[in-house]
Write a protein of this length. Structure first.
Length: 145
């Protein structure tokens, strides 16, 4: 759900070039909108793409066993981590794609490469058929009807 919308605006003389791109945040952040206190657990859950409940449970367990360390680290993370960027996805599929791209980029690129190769093969088959004698003959027969 994190990201920025892709936009590019060139200003006139002496105006700055403004650019922002739609991408999912690849850095650890805090998410106060979905969090209870400072949004650190929500940010960690979003970063690792796991349930917030799991992160909160681990935080509580960590606090019990490592009392002074975990609360200090939590507060430090709340102070030093940046807020999550505003979401700007066009569709749920877009969000799913970018989340998957963040968590497993190699698999996503491999999947895209496979899909584009399949599309290219279909396009080649279509071009071969459209330039064949069979197509011309079929077209001439259809024109006679």
């Amino acid at each position: 759900m994190m990201g920025h919308r892709f936009c590019r605006a060139w200003g006139r003389r002496r105006e700055r070039h403004v650019e922002c791109d739609r991408r999912i945040s690849t850095r650890l952040h805090r998410d106060p909108a979905n969090g209870v206190f400072l949004g650190v657990c929500a940010g960690i859950a979003d970063y690792f793409d796991i349930s917030v409940s799991v992160v909160r449970a681990l935080t509580i367990i960590g606090t019990v066993f490592f009392f002074p360390g975990v609360p200090i680290a939590y507060i430090a993370a709340g102070v030093f981590l940046k807020r999550a960027p505003e979401p700007s996805f066009e569709s749920p599929e877009d969000e799913t794609f970018w989340r998957k791209m963040r968590t497993e980029p190699t698999g996503t690129f491999s999947s895209l490469r496979h899909r584009y190769r399949a599309l290219e093969q279909r396009l080649r088959a279509l071009e071969t058929y459209a330039t064949s004698r069979e197509f011309r003959l079929s077209k001439e027969i259809d024109d006679l009807k």
